[in-house]
Design a protein around this ligand. Structure first.
Ligand code: S6P
Ligand code: ZN
Length: 195
């Protein structure tokens, strides 16, 4: 995720399109498809089918770092497309920060869904998200966003680059709960991948 090494000692702005979640200038843009999240969704058969059928986009991330001589703020905007893999809603990979003293602010701009958060000793928290919900995520909570709506969900993130991203524990264990559609209802259930 490292990008934008040059310094920003003078004030700098980017311009966000509030409808689409695209901002410019932008140093880093990554698209994650179903195949990039193959270890995240519990229904591996549905993952395989979707990958064969064209590997749809799950979300786009845009990051811009603002490195100065003595600080390292960054912003990210993530647009999660509506959709499901099997009965599990589209979601971000989710990660811990490498540094527990580096929290993050998330701001839901469009769409609706859930923010899942969990510590490495299993303290699980969930926030229902709608436009305007702003959440402070303490540095020791892994965080994942789930889009349960029928439109793109996008959110703004503010964090320090030095926070780092730790994906391995989430790849190996997932979150303790997942968000699925059952009998037409959105429900949060225990993750079947966890023993
Ligand atoms: C960075 C911040 C977000 C995510 C982005 C994608 O600390 O939490 O910008 O990078 O939402 O999620 P993930 O889990 O694929 O990095
Ligand atoms: Zn983060």
């Amino acid at each position: 995720m490292e990008s934008g090494k040059k310094t920003h000692d003078l004030p700098t702005s980017v311009q966000l399109d509030l409808q689409t979640g695209v901002f410019e200038p932008c140093a880093m843009h990554v698209t994650r498809k179903v195949s990039d999240l193959s270890m995240m969704f519990y229904d591996t058969e549905s993952v395989e089918k979707l990958v064969k059928k064209g590997d749809p986009v799950v979300y786009d991330i845009r990051h811009q770092n603002f490195i100065t001589r003595n600080s390292d703020m960054a912003l990210g905007v993530t647009v999660v497309q509506p959709g499901k893999v099997g009965d599990e809603y589209h979601m971000t990979k989710g990660h811990f920060h490498e540094r527990e003293d580096r929290p993050e602010i998330y701001f839901c701009v469009q769409g609706e869904g859930y923010l899942l958060m969990e510590t490495n000793n299993g303290d699980f928290k969930v926030e229902f998200w709608r436009p305007g919900t702003i959440t402070h995520i303490p540095g020791n909570y892994a965080h994942r966003v789930v889009n349960t709506g029928d439109k793109p969900l996008y959110f703004f993130a503010s964090f320090n680059v030095s926070a780092g991203h730790l994906y391995k524990p989430v790849i190996e264990n997932g979150f303790s709960k997942i968000v699925v559609e059952r009998e037409g209802e959105t429900v949060i259930i225990a993750n079947p991948r966890r023993k």
